[in-house]
Design a binder for this molecule. Sequence first.
Ligand code: FES
Length: 107
Amino acid sequence: MAKITYIEHNGTQHVVDVANGLTVMEGARDNGIPGIEADCGGACACSTCHVYVAPDWVEKLPAKDPMEEDMLDFAYEPDPARSRLTCQIKVSDALDGLVVQMPEKQI
Ligand code: FES
């Protein structure tokens, strides 16, 4: 279980507990948090689950695989260092305290 803070583009914060084994995207979806659309359902085929990871978490997350890297090129204003696709990040105890920020829009 990890407590994850999702911050909407307008600054609204949502702090929720997400079970291990779910993805960060599923944690947002299951809690009705706006700003992560996940059009492809988590198949790494859309980029609408894009977020900016808090700077102090960038190095703590598992590295992006090449498919995630490619899909991020289609995201809205991706940041080379902080952008991730939340459907590709599996939740574990190690992610407790993770903070992610949604972009202005998803495309
Ligand atoms: S939900 Fe489509 S890429 Fe993550």
